[in-house]
Design a protein around this ligand. Sequence first.
Ligand SMILES: *Cc1c(COP(=O)(O)O)cnc(C)c1O
Length: 461
Amino acid sequence: MDHDDLRDWSKRAADWGHAYHAGLRDRPVRARTKPGEIAAQLPGTAPEEPEDMETVFADFERIVPPGLTHWQHPRFFAYFPANAAPASMLAEQLANTIAAQGMLWQTSPAVTEVEQVMMAWLRDALGLAEHFTGTIHDSATTATLSAVLTMRERALDWAGLRAGLSGAPRLRLYASAETHSSVDKAARIAGIGQENLVKVPTDSTNAMKPGALAGAIRADQAAGHLPIGVVLCAGGTSIGAFDGIADCLAIARAEGLYSHVDAAWAGSAMICPEFRPLWAGVDGADSIVFNPHKWLGAQFDCSVQFLADPTPQVRTLGLRPTYLETIGEEEITNFNEWTVPLGRRFRALKLWFLLRAYGLSGLRQRIRNHVAWSRELCEVIRAMDGVEIVTEPSLSLFTFALTEGDAATEALLARINDDGRVYLTQTRAGGRFVIRVQVGQFDCSRDDVMCVAAVLREMLG
Ligand SMILES: *Cc1c(COP(=O)(O)O)cnc(C)c1O
């Protein structure tokens, strides 16, 4: 295959993609594949001789789609969305075909400079203060890891990078039980240890108790441990919990601790001013992460980290061996120094296309619809016999359960997902097994959302 063939195959792929998306509502949302079923259709070894692309493509069409859960299906209400707006897919095609490495400004100035401008566009779109600058990571997990490594090194005055952690005091990190498991992962792999991630108690609204945070920090100080930072939850994955950002940040600041706000899902909603009270005070954070690749519509992967001051993170993650020096340039940003990986894809291009193709008003309208439809569906479900709303809508996420108990709720979820018209997933709330509903797929309509009620009525009827 050469570049002439690629031109023809790209057109074939575009036509295939168009038909795939047009036919999504006719497919079951969740894959019906049995474990091993797809692998069994592939040969055990790579081909010795080149194969005809016609055969490769035919195998793709035959084997792959039946093994997919369709994340762009308009009735995908599971997990959180991984939206890929058509304009962002187009930008991804262009980024793929350019295939540039944006590790240094010099390795493709456009990659760095479009990213810098997009970070400013998004900061302003979310209503964040002007002092924030940002960068793009592959995932919120990496952004949070970067923030936690920065907390660690800042607390150790950057001695850990050179000497390791063996002589260091016990490092302590604070978050509530509502924060995502990526915080646990960061504590594990940053050498802090999961036992030193203090899960601060929450109140009846699932928000971290500021007094408990202050108490935990003081107890650790008294015990000779070294508090390093606080991770706050702005839209938790399980039930959409929000910490009281302003109060908790005030405590972090008073104790000299670095702060990171995880708004991976809910950050997208902050393009709508009416939702910003949910994270009031966020301008006081040192670091904020949000995923345009979830609700906003920028194809995975695209996770944005805003930093009040990039210096401590660059001091933590930046390395400049001679082969990465750019001679004669002082006033430039080399984004690899802000992130864990060296290599960087041209992810900003899809933000540029997305924001221009739909406009902030178009993106806001989608999010407002999702929130309104989710609340409407919640009321319909609340009125059903034998069903209970367990957690009220947080933006577009709520949970419900059968009054009969966990086993019945679990069986209901299995029936809903085997049916295939909609896809929902589970979590635990107050110790109960509950079914999550999040509305957020880019192309979903009110009818798609109400389909959840129709399916439920059939199954309960
Ligand atoms: C999805 C999610 C994450 C992890 O996101 P990745 O980009 O997949 O690493 C972290 N925090 C919250 C609140 C999330 O919803």
